[in-house]
Ligand binder design. Sequence first.
Ligand code: PLP
Length: 431
Amino acid sequence: MSATVPHSLLLKNPTNSLKPTSLATQFGSFPTNLSLPTTTPKPFAITCSSAAATTTTPIPAAASTSASSNRVFNFAAGPATLPENVLLKAQSELYDWRGSGMSVMEMSHRGKEFLSIIQKAESDLRELLNIPSDYDVLFLQGGATTQFAAIPLNICQPDDVVDYVVTGSWGDKAYKEAAKFCKPKVIWTGKPDKYTNIPGFDSLEQSPDAKYLHICANETIHGVEFKDYPTPKSSNAILVADMSSNFCSKPVDVSKFGVIYAGAQKNVGPSGVTIVIIRKDLIGNAQPITPVMLDYKIHSENKSLYNTPPCYGIYMCGLVFEDLLAQGGLGEVEKKNKKKAQILYDTIDGSNGFYRCPVEKSVRSLMNVPFTLEKSELEAEFIKEAAKEKMVQLKGHRSVGGMRASIYNAMPYDGVEKLVAFMKDFQARHG
Ligand SMILES: Cc1ncc(COP(=O)(O)O)c(C=O)c1O
């Protein structure tokens, strides 16, 4: 290999090559204002013998403010903003993970280093959510969308009836996919009210023989969130929840559910990882047509390593779990989320109708806040001006329009405060 290729230069002089100016030279238009570390990250001593790795440098405390002047406040619904301290930690470990001489991206998923990463991610998640020992935790692929099929394929037979409460587009999609594999029934839909509320549980007409009751715990597009959970009527039925957009945003009593599933890319990591928490006795009854990659038994028996898992994504989720624990756990995280949501909803409600959130107050999401402008012709201007102020991705989902601010765990309080100040100023100028 020629000694002049950038790859060789990196190896010869890793410290200098990691400096922004070197990157700019190598990649031409690469931004030069990145806040990369100016010193070489120290290698970490680790023990990877059996279980979890010994982390010698904990993740720095979560910032309530955004430290870098270059970073925007990203209100995207997912993939979404990640904690800055987690990104910096990953950056410091990217090239050489804790003295292993490799990036996590280059490791064998069966090697002791990656095993320590996935085992620690699982044990931290168990601690965060207080997951009982009779539940399995699976790190899968295919997004929550794949779970729309995997749930019926694993939990029931083709003639079984199952119930769906549809509080938004995601619940609707889950129901439609289930119709291919069993006999789902929509026992309640919020569609006539444009998905702005959640039914009272007593009035739900559940099918007496339903195998499960499916809910979407937080509807990302419509901003509707369950604050409490219904109990399936039949004693044999289980509650199944898509928690993609509020996973790990607050404590949850896992024992109330048969299955919880979530795509990682909103609250706990990058896209590519899907987490399934399932009661163990529900595993092992998949329909015969179930593809191997959708069979929970296969993944459970192989500890999520039946095939090559999304290793780097799992590593990132692990760093986020560690960070959430360092913040004091999900009780503390929920307090922060409530504070952020409160100032945003208060601003909307206190705007004399200039801004409007259509969602019924008692079920408003702490994670995704949709709102419209009374003068809808100003919406494009709002989004443009906000972007100039480094607040991006505020456009509502294409199916509903308006605006949506996603304020997941990793959105700092300062980000919401800045948005609120901008909204007030915008109203003063255009009201
Ligand atoms: C609540 C909910 N469920 C399911 C999905 C689909 O997730 P994925 O894109 O990971 O398949 C999304 C994506 O935004 C979501 O918000």
